[in-house]
Design a protein around this ligand. Sequence first.
Ligand code: 9YT
Length: 127
Amino acid sequence: MIVRKLTDLIGTEREICGETWTSRRLLLKGDGMGFSLHDTIIHAGSTTKMHYQHHLEAVYCIQGRGRIRDLTNHRVFEVEVGTMYALSGNEQHELIADEEMRMVCVFNPPVVGTETHDTTGAYPLLD
Ligand code: 9YT
C-alpha cells in the first residue's frame, strides 16, 4: 500500500512547475499503478494550450472556475467544481482559468515525474 500526503510533496521533485501551473504528483510510473495521479493548481487568469499526443488524461475540477476549449472539435465547455473532462481522443485543447483552479489529473500511461510540456503542448513518452 502507498500512502502519501500532499504536504509531503511540496518542495520535492514531485512538485513540478510549468508557466501557468504547479503539479503535485501523488503517483508516478515508478509507483507501478499503471496511471499517474496529480493534484494540479492552474494559476488565475492564465491560458494553457496543451496537446497530449502520447497520453490520455482525465481532469476533475475541485476548486475554481474556467473554460476548456477543444481546439480539435471546436467546442467550448464551462469548467467548475464537480466538472470532469477526459481527453479521450487526444484532443488539442486550451484551459482558461478565470480564477485559481485546482484539478485532480490522471494520466495513462503514467508520467515518470519530470515531464513538462514540449513546444507542441505534449508530454514526451519517457521511461
Ligand atoms: C489541467 C492540466 O492539464 N494542467 C497541466 C498540468 C498537468 N495536468 C499535470 O502534469 O498535472
